[in-house]
Design a protein around this ligand. Structure first.
Ligand code: NAP
Length: 302
């Protein structure tokens, strides 16, 4: 078993990382670092450098912090010769993740930019089915209630929090995985509450007739859907990629096992001495923030 340390014991660490690690024979949760959060029975540190100094047995660090503080922790972990797994989105900027990739390469350690939605059950078969199809259009509809999923997480509306692109990057991680051709952004409208530094909604138009509607104000039914039209049939991914429907026929309904799959992939990368750094979902976020027209809204209270 490989000893791993989880950093940032908050919502996603508790909901997904701890169960995925505990459910695997490959990993032992050997330490946590968090200012307030702990995991029962696991040695808890509040100081990352102290953990690195006192626990040479821990050779993999999984960073579950929000994107802005993540770079500093990742750089220290790599400098201390540890392998690093990054929650999505992998950083606050593209350049800082490129810098981490260079550092990891120089240090001979693994860096893994995880995109959990790519591990949803319908994604790999969708990619395989689309590989030889002629795509005529695609649409992302990613609409959820930020108050329901991110209560009290004010960082999502602060610089680097990415606003609606925090969940939206999940959709972008799927579309960049399944489409057999590259796309690039042509225009976008970004909707900013006047008291927020990040958008609460976005409408995006890419090349190849690909569009996206992202909204964090959705009450009632939530939608995490992608539709791809081809000259042969229409492919639909629902529930964030867990359900795949082709030509109206349900093809895959997967168990929710995205995080166990991420940890299995990390074990493989460490074993093979490789890194996996894919910034393509984040590139589209950066392009939207570069090219998007800003529309101002009333203040929004989380
Ligand atoms: P969160 O609960 O707000 O934050 C995780 C933990 O990080 C906090 O409990 C906090 O622990 C620590 N932290 C927060 N700000 C920090 C700072 N400035 N410096 C150092 N530590 C800080 O966030 P989350 O929902 O778990 O999300 C974390 C990451 O996971 C995000 O990138 C998000 O996109 C991704 N993610 C979230 C979800 C979800 O459903 N929430 C799903 C998939 C992926 P301490 O105060 O104890 O230090």
């Amino acid at each position: 078993m490989t000893a791993i340390c989880l950093v940032g014991i908050g919502k996603i660490a508790v909901d997904q990382h701890v169960p995925a690690i505990n459910g695997s024979d490959a990993w032992e949760l050997a330490a946590t670092v968090s200012r307030a959060g702990t995991v029962d029975g696991v040695p808890a540190y509040t100081d990352f450098e102290q953990m690195l100094a006192e626990r040479p047995d821990v050779n993999v660090i999984s960073l579950c912090l929000p994107p802005v503080p993540r770079y500093g922790y990742a750089a220290k972990a790599i400098a201390a010769g540890r392998h690093v797994m990054l929650e999505k989105p992998p950083g606050a900027t593209l350049a800082e993740v490129h810098a981490l990739a260079d550092m990891a390469k120089a240090a001979g350690v693994t860096l893994y930019t995880t995109w959990h939605s790519r591990m949803a059950e319908g994604v790999a078969p969708a990619k395989a089915w689309l590989a030889d199809k002629e795509i005529t259009a695609a649409h992302i509809s990613w609409k959820e209630d930020v108050r329901r999923w991110h209560p009290g997480q004010n960082w999502v509306f602060e610089p680097g929090g990415m606003g609606v692109f925090d969940p939206g990057s999940n959709a972008l991680s799927i579309i960049t995985e399944i489409l057999p051709m590259p796309i690039h952004l042509r225009s976008a409208e970004l909707f900013y509450p006047s008291n927020c530094d990040t958008p609460i909604a976005a409408q995006m138009q890419w090349t190849q007739n690909v569009t996206g509607d992202f909204d964090w104000r959705q009450e009632g039914p939530q939608s995490w859907d992608i539709t791809v039209e081809t000259t042969q049939a229409t492919l639909n991914l629902h529930d964030g990629g867990a359900r795949l429907v082709i030509d109206g026929v349900e093809a895959v309904v997967g168990p929710r096992a995205e995080y166990p799959a991420l940890y299995a992939r990390m074990a493989e990368l460490v074993e093979q001495g490789q890194s996996e750094v894919d910034l393509s979902p984040m590139l589209h976020v950066a392009d939207a923030l570069t090219l998007g027209k800003r529309v101002m809204l009333e203040p929004f209270v989380l």
